[in-house]
Design a protein around this ligand. Structure first.
Ligand SMILES: *[C@@H]1O[C@H](CO)[C@@H](O)[C@H](O)[C@H]1NC(C)=O
Ligand SMILES: *[C@@H]1O[C@H](CO)[C@@H](O)[C@H](O)[C@H]1NC(C)=O
Ligand SMILES: [Ca+2]
Ligand SMILES: [Ca+2]
Length: 164
């Protein structure tokens, strides 16, 4: 337990240090954008990849794909990315294990009451959750192998759960 906590603290410290850096790419097209909301840090990546590659790229940095649990988090994310060229982005949402059983792959938790599907969705067009930034900012199920930009999130509450 103590070791886990120590690792968590180092992990969080690392995140805080990177998040404190200058925001990239106000004037040019950035490869990534960092922002924060509540206890989470986020990184938006402009490279379009499939959902699995996106998840790997997040995990390589100790992060995971973004989960949107509250309306406040939804608003914070959309505000943060509003001035950047991003058409659509992958989130951690998926129903790949059981059709119509949507959950956040990053936390393992089922979707809560805060869901924001666009009208007519999900329509079984895929097992991964996408947000269309250019259309209505609402949720859509899409083919996990399609190429989209993506947002990673630090899952800091996992650390607080192991705290004494
Ligand atoms: C749903 O999406 C709309 C449009 O982006 C937004 O205004 C609203 O706050 C969202 N609701 C939730 C519960 O996230
Ligand atoms: C299902 O949704 C996708 C968007 O995810 C859309 O492109 C497609 O046309 C829809 N299919 C049907 C049959 O409505
Ligand atoms: Ca989240
Ligand atoms: Ca769909």
């Amino acid at each position: 337990m103590k070791i886990t906590l120590a690792i968590c603290k180092i992990f969080l410290l690392g995140l805080n240090l990177t998040a404190a850096g200058p925001v990239e790419g106000i004037n040019d097209e950035p490869s990534s954008l960092k922002f924060e909301y509540g206890d989470s840090s986020y990184i938006l990546y402009h490279t379009a990849v499939n959902w699995y590659t996106a998840r790997n790229k997040c995990r390589q940095q100790g992060l995971d794909l973004v989960s949107i649990e509250t309306e406040g988090e939804n608003t914070a994310i959309l505000n943060a990315i509003s001035s950047f060229k991003i058409e659509s982005f992958w989130t951690a949402g998926s129903d790949k294990w059981q059709e119509d059983s949507w959950y956040w792959d990053s936390t393992g938790l089922d979707f809560g009451p805060t869901q924001n599907w666009t009208s007519g969705q999900p329509n079984h067009s895929g097992d991964c959750l996408l947000l269309w930034n250019v259309i209505d900012h609402l949720w859509d199920d899409a083919d996990c192998l399609h190429l989209n930009q993506f947002i990673c999130e630090s899952q800091t509450y996992i650390c607080s759960e192991t705290s004494p």
